[in-house]
Unconditional design. Sequence first.
Lengths: 287, 382
Amino acid sequence: MKIRDNRAWWLVLPVFVLVAFSAIIPMMTVVNYSVQDIFDPSTRYFVGTEWYREILADPRLRDSLLRQFLYSACVLAIEVPLGIVVALSMPRRGLGVPVSLILLALPLLVPWNVVGTIWQIIGREDIGLYGWLINHAGIDYNYASNPRDAWITVLVMDVWHWTSLVALLCYSGLRSIPDVYYQAARIDRASNWAVFRYIQLPKLKNVLLIAVMLRFMDSFMIYTEPFVLTGGGPGTATTFLSQTLTQMALGQFDLGRAAAFSLIYFLIILLVTWVFYTAMTHRDDMR
Amino acid sequence: MSLQLDGVTLTMHGETYIDNACLTLEPGSFNVLLGHTLAGKTTLMRLMAGLDRPDRGRILVDGRDVTGEPVRRRNISMVYQQFINYPTLTVFDNIASPLRQARVARREVTRRVEETAAMLGIDNLLDRYPQALSGGQQQRTAMARALVKDADVILFDEPLVNLDYKLREALRHEMRKLFASRHTIAVYATTEPAEALALGGTTTLLHEGRIIQSGSSDQVYRAPCNREAARLYGEPPINLVAMRRRGQECHIGKGALPVPSVWQTLPDGDYSLGVRPHHLLSVPAAEAGSPGRQSGSAVDSAGEVVWRFPAYVRVAEISGSETFLHIGHGDLEMVAHLEGIHELDVDQALTMQVACRRLFVFDAEGNLLLSPSAPQPSLSRV
């Protein structure tokens, strides 16, 4: 005879409630909004997929989506290799370990808007240290008027802020490699490249997966830094997806369109993350 | 080639890891380094490999001083206790890696990898990845990688410890065959005396960073130079018993026995006796009479003096067809290794005996004076 005991449901219940309130209900609200045209809480019309069609055809949004992908690609292309190099050059024992760990952890503790403000000031050509230096070195630099300079400033900001996350993750991966592996490689007369390629990189693969996904998602949702620096300008040069969305939802109070837009946004992140994950773990399954 | 350590000393953080090691390894020899954990086996191997530099002393290859030469310039391979392989390379590429680093021609690489893999019985696994292999196969791959490049010295750092019993026996047996026809110097570190004896060759006993004895394996086993060497080379370790000679009597514990003929040359004084656990026998109750309080002697059929003493059972460990009997005699604790299964109760009184000619005699400083005259019954039983 089977003993039926349903008390286990009580144990799962808190998770259900938590997930429902934190994810499912808000998400369904957004889904609900995205198929309606809302003027005020009592005046709303069902419009079906109209918002979706409109958004996918909107050139302003396509531009900011492209800009966003370009930006995330740049962030990954700089931060991941740089993080690996930093992790590889960190000391493995002695006093240097805590010192370098603390130095690396410091930028991570700074809030986004503070990072934006710091670079906004430091990059000014009149009173900012870097801006002044660069201009006096003969390079014309002004993030407020030149879109390229604004872009570079936002990128540098992100690299300054988040490379240490990648470096710390990689460092923890490197530390998990026993010394005998390096010793064996020395005895085999393996080159430094071979040690990296065949010993360190395979061990780093899992932490790199996490680092790439975290940095992708985070950079894809960037909002505060360009907002603080130039408010998305000059023009729309640094207006990324989340800022476009915020303008739409709060600036124009276009709730239906913003809801449809955020769902598309969400699906893009989900899709890209899934592709990353499958691509990076695929080779393991082949074995 | 030959490898020679000449007064090699290594100190780190004020602690001496290797103290004045002098050792000569002949070409084509199989050398076992036997010592407890932390005795310095791995450190000594690292010095041989050139991974560490000694503070004092020289390392000579064919008489040439290579002390300062880094590991990359020496032709050495090493097999570890852990199974060290490149995780993203197939077995073939793993074995081939040292050859490729040395820029050996492609066809030569294939030939040598296949030959070595066949020798180790992994030629059917060449396109697999290490994580798809069993522990034994992974270690065979690591060994093949060490063997493939024809190193001058191959160092084995307890390579069989992480394998199960059956595989160990099989691999150990193969290792002797692999090295029988080579000119490579093999150095094999182990904590197990039985392994040292089974592998044969020479044994070097390492104790607290010092080489205490070196010689052919069974010679070292039969005549350990001192008490430490005797304790080290035997599992369970040899039992040590204090003995005092006074005229024609030998006092052991509270008992006394006449001086056996083999000990006649010893002057009066204090000695210690080494008793191999498998030389201790339990005397059947009928023959022993009632167990007395004191130890004494008997004379066996060949007219030899036998030390006979009462003892109490502390623990009887039965393993398969053998019994390891921990016994107490006065304040002395001893271990006896008996054939067969003996189910004995704790605190049961027994009479034990050992023929005096089977005993090692050490002087007061612990150096060997007399070793058993008769050959040891069997070397496999350590």
